[in-house]
Design a protein around this ligand. Structure first.
Ligand SMILES: [Zn+2]
Length: 139
């Protein structure tokens, strides 16, 4: 693929596994490779030289396009939201394992098809925990 910039905002996109695009976009997608635009202010999510799909074309809410929405899922395979992580951290649960235990939302191993980036939510999950831990400390 020659052009790696988002057709909307011109930011350089990241590689994304086709299996995620295929399962998250409502329409049938062709077999070409797609990139993902991580710019929060841009509505385009997946694109290549021929097509682009924006947030309204998807079956899930995209966490990196809605950083301030607490109802947005962070772990897509167990439907665990940002708000649930925030509440668990406020109660003193500070690891992914503890939070999964507390919420009863266990990983189902479907990250590759359900997470908009097509990869495990582990790192994002940890980032969210750190964010709420830090905001707790600064109070
Ligand atoms: Zn963009």
């Amino acid at each position: 693929m020659r052009n790696k910039s988002c057709p909307q905002c011109n930011e350089v996109g990241s590689e994304v596994d086709h299996i995620a695009v295929d399962s998250i976009v409502k329409a049938e997608v062709n077999d070409d490779g797609y990139l993902v635009c991580l710019n929060e202010d841009c509505k385009v999510v997946y694109f290549n030289e021929l097509n682009s799909y924006d947030i309204s074309d998807l079956t899930v809410q995209v966490y990196f396009k809605s950083a301030s929405d607490e109802e947005c899922p962070i772990c897509y395979c167990s439907d665990l939201t940002r708000k649930e992580i925030k509440e668990a951290v406020a109660k003193g649960y500070e690891t992914i394992g503890q939070i999964r235990e507390y919420t009863g939302k266990k990983s189902t191993g479907n990250c590759k098809t359900k997470n908009p980036l097509g990869k495990c939510c582990h790192k994002i999950f940890q980032n969210e925990i750190n964010k709420y831990k830090n905001s707790k400390k600064s109070k």
